[in-house]
Design a binder for this molecule. Structure first.
Ligand code: BG6
Length: 484
């Protein structure tokens, strides 16, 4: 279905995000007929470039990231692009941008700030000062929103001085992933799970977002952030919210976000003592990845003193009726043994076995939601081992692999999210209070780490992180789920 006509103004249009994600995503949506004939994309950055130069940049970006391009569709898409050189924090280019937009006040006007967060405030201020906001204006920003609660509040206030909350789209691209949305379908479109979805039946939950890659040329940014700010504060807590929230009234943006907010507020606060016992920070050392030998983080960064973590494991708890005493083990890291993101919901063991010892052990049921790669959902259940030989039991997966079940291309998260911006649908975007509540839980952990002054624990690239992360869960008589 076509969206309404729009002007999409992309700041940072020559940057990495535009190159890798935004241009390919827009091309795909255009190819699928979702972009109306008179929609335009106005690219802005500091560089001096002509429209033709930018079109060539876009053509190359799309060729690099999209396989089997359709030439006619690509030309049609490229024709939508124009370029204005704009100084985000200066005055150059703003009146040219204003003339490029003039006369289009009646179409959706979305400003996409694919720039460093330092520019969010200055750009919004200039958008306001040049009178570029309209009733149909929207602004899209990317994480990181601040580096702690206080700076996040400042960023939010600067944007909020120009745009209303219903015009602000804070992207967490994990929410745009197909399987993440599927989590809501799984929970709320099936009668099967919800009655069991609580502390009485669930033993614990694991959320793993493991990456095989290192910091890949982003060390400058990454070293100021670390895994806690880069992944846990946003993506992982969002996943936790979707697993743990109460059923929202509807898919309406505020219904969903109200429920997520309650989860964030119910996270058991960490003090220094609890953080020391229930969090692990790691940093990768040299080792091996699929492509061969790889250097350690400190060598890549060329700073032997950096204490930035590239791995975090946390045992989190949600202090409410549904989840009391059900640990949520969270972990994420770079240069781990594989790229795999999954949520594992482990149910409690059966209360009593009627089978004798010869049947073998009866491991608990697990629901494994694989976010990437090989997206799918598996339910591990016990069956009788087929054939004669008595009642021997075996665990097998009830397996729903998306690739096997559906012969459709899995759209990138950005394709969904950009179209939602144009439609004005905020369900998959973070509200201001959510971002700030997530920081309220993260801040004391960061403070505890800086007080403790313990160096992150080294782990060899290509492994599952520091042994302390394994000890964190094994101490509770549980293990990380790994079935690669
Ligand atoms: C980004 C982080 O938000 O998410 C990166 O800044 C990380 O460090 C990336 O690599 C992971 O995203 P995905 O979609 O590849 O899992």
């Amino acid at each position: 279905i076509e969206v309404a006509p729009f002007d999409l103004i992309v700041f940072g249009a020559t940057g990495d995000l535009a190159h890798r994600k935004l241009l390919p995503a827009l091309y795909h949506r255009d190819l699928d007929g979702q972009i109306p004939a008179d929609a335009r994309i106005v690219a802005c950055s500091r560089r001096d470039m002509s429209d033709a130069d930018y079109r060539e940049f876009a053509r190359q970006a799309i060729s690099e990231h999209v396989s089997d391009i359709e030439d006619e569709a690509l030309s049609r898409f490229i024709d939508r692009l124009s370029y204005v050189a704009v100084d985000a924090a200066g005055e150059r280019g703003w009146s040219e941008l204003a003339s490029a937009l003039a006369g289009r006040e009646d179409v959706v006007r979305a400003f996409y700030l694919a720039v460093s967060p330092d520019f969010f405030g200055p750009i919004c201020e200039r958008i306001g000062a040049h009178g570029l906001t309209t009733e149909l204006a929207r602004v899209v920003i990317e994480k990181p929103i601040g580096k702690d609660g206080e700076s996040a509040r400042k960023v939010n206030a600067a944007i909020g001085a120009v745009f209303r909350e219903d015009q602000i789209f804070r992207i967490d691209h994990y929410l745009g992933k197909e399987t993440v949305q599927n989590l809501m379908a799984l929970r709320f479109a099936n009668a099967l799970f919800e009655p069991l979805w609580n502390a009485a039946h669930i033993d614990h939950v694991q959320i793993t977002v493991a990456e095989a890659l290192g910091v890949e040329g982003r060390a400058g940014y990454y070293d100021t952030a670390g895994a806690m700010r880069d992944m846990v504060q946003n993506h992982i807590l969002q996943l936790l919210c979707l697993v743990a929230m109460e059923p929202p009234e509807s898919m309406d943006a505020d219904s969903v976000r109200d429920e997520k907010l309650k989860v964030l507020k119910a996270l058991r606060p960490m003090d220094a003592d609890l953080a020391a016992r229930t969090t692990v920070r790691g940093q990768y050392r040299a080792g091996a990845s699929a492509g061969g030998a790889v250097p350690g983080y400190l060598e890549e960064l060329d700073d032997p003193a950096s204490q930035t973590e590239t791995f975090v494991a946390v045992k989190a708890e949600i202090a409410n009726w549904r989840w009391a005493n059900v640990p949520f083990y969270l972990r994420t890291g770079k240069r781990l043994a594989a790229r795999v993101s999954e949520i594992v919901v482990q149910f409690r063991p059966i209360p009593h076995s009627i089978f004798g010892e010869e049947a073998g052990a009866i491991p608990p049921n697990r629901l494994v939601i694989r976010l990437q790669p090989d997206e799918g959902v598996r339910m591990q259940v016990m069956i009788k081992d087929p054939g004669p030989g008595g009642m021997r039991l075996r665990q097998v997966p009830l397996d729903m692999s998306f690739a096997k079940a559906f012969a459709v291309r899995n759209p990138d998260a950005y394709e969904r999210l950009i179209m939602d911006v144009i439609r004005g649908n905020q369900t998959l975007f973070m509200r201001r209070d959510e971002v700030e509540a997530a920081w309220a839980w993260v801040d004391p952990i960061l403070q505890a780490w800086s007080t403790l002054k313990e160096a992150p624990k080294g782990y060899t690239s290509g492994t599952w992180g520091p042994s302390a992360a394994i000890a964190l869960i094994e101490r509770d008589g549980r293990t990380w789920f790994e079935d690669l």
